[in-house]
Design a protein around this ligand. Structure first.
Ligand SMILES: NC(=O)c1ccc[n+]([C@@H]2O[C@H](COP(=O)([O-])OP(=O)(O)OC[C@H]3O[C@@H](n4cnc5c(N)ncnc54)[C@H](O)[C@@H]3O)[C@@H](O)[C@H]2O)c1
Length: 271
């Protein structure tokens, strides 16, 4: 018996990194999975995103657990794409119980007040509007099914200052507000909405920024301040975030809604 037997989970950004880990850990608990990922780079970013092969690899790893999974190439910025993801879930599994709005991009720039329009809009389109479009497409199906659970992935940057990537921090703070509002509006529908707040996570995103981030943090005098309270861990593993999400979407958290749960090795409680 798994904690998520019979549930269907839609996960954006499931092609690699934390999203892949969430797909695997939810599948281990019995869920059937739909992953949505862009499967291509976005112009203007300094690093690549998941590829079609990455999406296929997540599918392979979940199928190896004897669970069902559908991989959809889709961009969270597109209303039509998110509708296609919802349709694929309903056509294949007949329901949606869990939504993980996890897809996002990162970008390191010199100063927030000099961010160009293109950079600003790209970030807000993916990391804020993309989360909105994801949940907007899925919520009617959670409601139809009698309830469900949504987890949105923010960041410690959404709770604290994020110099040199203020557009990322602003989007990550915005989705916390969005989640709280949805928690209020959807409580009568038995849909719970929560947020996870990871500190640095060992993923392709973190790897891609490995060179630029430490230099930037040093510039702002953040070199030591950015260390976790639990100093033995520099970056946590994707599965650490997945474990928190498995709890939040399970019946063990049946009366947990509207919370912002740091998975941050104590980072956010530091002065
Ligand atoms: N890695 C970290 O240090 C860290 C820390 C805190 C929070 N986060 C957050 O965790 C989440 C997962 O990130 P990750 O660390 O696994 O990074 P990642 O880059 O490895 O994974 C992000 C996934 O999102 C996908 N994606 C990006 N833009 C998309 C779009 N427009 N449409 C569909 N898919 C898109 C990418 O292809 C990729 O598969 C993100 O929300 C990120 O902001 C990461």
């Amino acid at each position: 018996m798994g904690m998520l037997d019979g549930k269907v989970a839609v996960i954006t950004g499931g092609g690699r990194g934390q999203g892949r880990s969430h797909a695997i850990e939810l599948a281990k608990e019995g869920a059937d999975i739909v992953i949505a990922d862009i499967g291509a780079p976005i112009e203007g970013l300094t690093y690549g995103l998941a590829t079609e092969e990455d999406i296929a690899e997540t599918v392979r790893q979940v199928e190896a657990l004897d669970r069902r999974i559908v991989g959809v190439t889709a961009d969270v910025r597109s209303t039509e794409d998110m509708q296609r993801v919802a349709d694929a879930a309903i056509e294949t599994f007949g329901r949606i119980d869990i939504v993980l709005a996890n897809a996002a991009v990162h970008q390191v720039l010199p100063d927030t007040y000099t961010i160009a329009d293109d950079d600003w809009h790209r970030m807000i389109d993916v990391n804020l509007t993309g989360v909105f479009k994801t949940v907007r497409a899925m919520i009617p199906h959670l409601v139809d099914g009698g309830g469900g659970s949504i987890v949105i992935t923010s960041s410690t940057d959404g709770l604290r200052a994020s110099p040199s990537w203020g557009h990322y921090g602003a989007a990550k703070a915005g989705i916390i507000s969005l989640a709280k509002t949805l928690a209020v509006e959807l409580a009568p529908e038995h849909v719970r909405v929560n947020v996870v707040v990871p500190t640095g996570v060992n993923s392709p995103m973190a790897e891609a920024l490995m060179d630029s981030v430490p230099k930037t943090l040093e510039r702002w005098g953040f070199a030591t301040d950015r260390a976790n309270l639990m100093r033995e861990v520099g970056v946590i593993e994707p599965v650490d975030v997945s474990n928190a999400i498995v709890y939040l979407v399970s019946d063990k958290a049946r009366y947990v809604t509207g919370i912002t749960l740091p998975v941050d090795a104590g980072y956010t409680v530091k002065h």
